[in-house]
Ligand binder design. Sequence first.
Ligand code: ATP
Length: 342
Amino acid sequence: MRLVVENLSIEYATDEGPVRAVDDVSFELPAGQRLGLVGESGCGKTTVAKSLIGLLPENGSVVEGSIRLEDGDRTVEVTEADPKTLRSIRWRDLAIVSQSAMNALDPVYTVGDQIAEAIRLHENVSKQSALGRAERLLDRVGLDSERTESYPHQLSGGMRQRVMIAMALALEPAFILADEPTTALDVITQDHILAQIDRLTDETGNSLLMITHDISVVAETCDRVGVMYAGELVEVGPLETVFTEPEHPYTQGLLNAFPSLADAESELITVAGEPPDLHSPPTGCRFYDRCPYREERCREARPALTPRESGQSARCYVTEDGLDLDENYERIMEETDRWHRL
Ligand SMILES: Nc1ncnc2c1ncn2[C@@H]1O[C@H](COP(=O)(O)OP(=O)(O)OP(=O)(O)O)[C@@H](O)[C@H]1O
């Protein structure tokens, strides 16, 4: 099964006019691949995630593009699917683990009953057999199978998130969509949960779409990465090439803010300024105001996402013309105040 997102644009209706939260985003997620979507708050990650399962809020709509689940002869166009089709896709084809899902457990039922119920909603099996599966699922995510008897309030945050992962795995979906799955957890629990997601996707061969503001989460769990900025995908490609030879200045800025990912000696850099207002985005490159490499043409017209020799694609004129960001880094740090050393 393959997930194909093509030229996806999504708008929210607001009192101040439409907000284009996602603009012309394309990516593919083939079976067994693990893709991370990363970017700062407000760049449109959650909007993409919600659209994939047909759960945009009422004032949000897909205004262009396509989201397809392709499985041999069967293709589902998610943007046109009716509620019944969407319900059958959720959990069975594409299961979600999110931060809010952790609080979605019902306080009055045991976690075993809740997992069993989720299974029985989609499959015609006895309660006893569904409960047996719930026990095995808890065991797989590193919880004692006796925890099926526990109520949510008897579990820690990390344990509840493991229950949500167990629930996501219950119907053996082809895709796991993880939207900031560890943000509210302490660092050690975060590490355990990420290692768990990493191991389980390895074992099951599930595809994973990891959505996060934290590039180190992507480093830990994914083999490809897409970088979002102000509603656009500005760079996408294999994790290693994007991390070692970024082709978009925003990616470089993001990496420099996490020096441990580059090398231990490198300094911490912040990118000055704010993303543009999505009510009236600039005509040219959206990173123009903050970009230390900018040229006049970048303000005039928006660059396309173009493939690069190193294996990734990026939306940037200057690197498209061959500028090596790494080689020019020191010069740029001296010449501009758009990035700050901390
Ligand atoms: N229901 C809504 N109505 C109007 N605007 C919205 C709505 N939801 C999101 N937006 C706007 O759409 C843009 C993208 O938001 P989105 O939540 O997808 O970003 P994000 O990258 O997931 O950020 P965060 O990590 O903070 O959730 C933002 O400018 C946000 O203000």
